[in-house]
Design a protein around this ligand. Structure first.
Ligand code: GDP
Ligand code: GDP
Length: 434
């Protein structure tokens, strides 16, 4: 279960600088609203071994203060709704501004941890000046300098201390599904078609450490949890900024699920935003089922379905081993098939292959197709094993792991997929020294 930390604050206080310092891997979330492509900053970080995702919600409002003013409530509201903790960044150079006060007013009411970071504290004079930020009524603040990192350690100590407990991802018996996709793809309709009637709800398990919710259902003879459907109900409240809202919701839902049901609108295709969500799920090692919805709206000729499927597979290369189900929520077409497929992907993701069986099958394949010599070196793979992680990862032990090239890794991955069925599941392969 990943925690999400949002950074809020006016433009130019140093949010991006701070963000870039912290993240190890940037996840490009780019979305296009009315033709403008904006970069939403999102990435993974970890401090003292505790992992979290960091979102710079202000990444998208560059420009003058009055533009920002119109956006501020929305930005903070998003953070309040979707994050587990909030870092509110202010700038000692400019001192307390009216907008800082406005943000502070919103944040004072929040039940989640709020950390006030006073940035650009580069010298002792500024350290003294920082005192004025007590007036925001948010209590203790953290003087930092994002450009050189000073003070950020204390801030991060306090942050991970304040974050809700996260259990390491557990192997649950019940699949956790997240229904994700662009606004208007038909996610709510899908969920309603699936579970609309209260009688399918088994229990409501309110998250104990957070306000998200897993709801347990029994439908078509399958038991499963739907992750964070509460957010979908809340959606109607947010009329503008829907796209960004859906991105943040996707991030959250994806981090907390086993399998993503990626719903797309057949009439809109597999566009950039859908791509983003797809690769987000992939990088988080989640199972994926692609549901092409509104299939009722598409004029069909002999090869329409085949062509459509081929188009999607081109878009998701090289991770093409993903089930694609054509559905219509409106006409209730293949909704059962969608869930059945998601359950299958969950099983694939949970599959544990005994070391003996793995070696019996893989070693002869490797012997027949050894890694090609590289720089005159021959790689000898001696042994392989599946790692005891919630998602499939394999270690291949050999003499010269550094000489195994990507094409060979792909070859091994494809063989694993063929022999053991990991459809819909990202598989990680490591070569290690024996
Ligand atoms: P954002 O709009 O809040 O994301 O702000 P940026 O990260 O783009 O930073 C705005 C400006 O403040 C840039 O010119 C940064 O170099 C500068 N800046 C950021 N952090 C510090 C700092 O710790 N000290 C000083 N002196 N300048 C900083
Ligand atoms: P969400 O924003 O992804 O939750 O999308 P909604 O479930 O609110 O659906 C958006 C619109 O698409 C609504 O007007 C639905 O009635 C319509 N819709 C959903 N599924 C289908 C479908 O399979 N076929 C057609 N024709 N329309 C659909």
């Amino acid at each position: 279960m990943g925690n999400i930390v949002a950074i809020v604050g006016r433009p130019n206080v140093g949010k991006s600088t701070f963000f870039n310092r912290l993240i190890q891997r940037r996840e490009a979330i780019v979305d296009s609203v009315s033709g403008v492509t904006r970069d939403r900053h999102y990435g993974k970080s970890d401090w003292n071994g505790q992992k979290f995702s960091l979102i710079d919600t202000g990444g998208y409002v560059k420009g003058s203060d009055d533009i920002f003013e119109a956006e501020i409530d929305k930005q903070v509201e998003l953070a309040i709704d979707e994050a587990d903790a909030i870092i509110f960044m202010v700038d000692v150079e400019s001192g307390v501004t009216p907008m800082d006060e406005e943000v502070a007013n919103l944040l004072r009411k929040v039940k989640k941890p709020v950390l006030l970071a006073v940035n650009k504290v580069d010298n002792n004079k500024r350290l003294e000046n920082a005192v004025e930020f007590y007036s925001l009524g948010l209590g203790e603040y953290f003087p930092i300098a994002s450009t050189n990192g000073s003070g950020t350690g204390d801030l991060l100590d306090a942050l991970v201390e304040a974050l809700p407990e996260t259990e390491a991802e557990e192997e649950t018996e019940l699949p956790r599904f997240a229904v994700v996709g662009r606004p208007n793809a038909g996610k709510s309709s899908f969920i309603n078609a699936l579970i609309g009637e209260e009688r399918y709800i088994v229990t409501d398990i309110a998250g104990t450490t957070r306000d998200s919710m897993d709801t347990r259902y029994n439908r078509f003879g399958f038991e499963f949890n739907l992750v964070d459907t509460a957010g979908i109900r809340r959606k109607s409240k947010v009329k503008e900024n829907l796209e960004f809202y859906s991105v943040m919701r996707s991030v959250r839902a994806i981090e907390n699920c086993d399998v993503c049901l990626l719903v797309l609108d057949a009439t809109r295709g597999f566009d950039g935003q859908v791509q983003n969500i797809f690769w987000l799920a992939h990088r988080n090692h989640k199972g994926i089922v692609i549901l092409v919805n509104k299939w009722d709206l598409v004029d069909k000729e002999t090869n329409t379905l085949k062509d459509y499927e081929a188009m999607i597979r081109r878009e998701i290369e090289p991770f093409t081993d993903v089930p694609i189900v054509f559905i219509s929520v409106l006409t209730k077409q293949r909704v059962f098939k969608a869930i059945e497929t998601a359950v299958k992907v969950f099983e694939n993701r949970s599959r544990k292959i005994k070391t003996r069986q793995l070696n019996d099958i893989m070693l002869p394949i490797i012997e027949k197709n050894p890694p090609p010599a590289y720089k005159g070196k021959y790689v000898k793979i001696k042994f392989c094993t599946q790692l005891p992680t919630p998602h499939p990862q394999f270690a291949f032990f050999c003499n010269l792991p550094q000489y195994v090239r990507d094409p060979y890794k792909r070859f091994i991955e494809n063989k694993l997929r063929k022999e053991f069925d990991f459809q819909g599941v990202p598989v990680t392969i490591y070569f290690r020294k024996k």
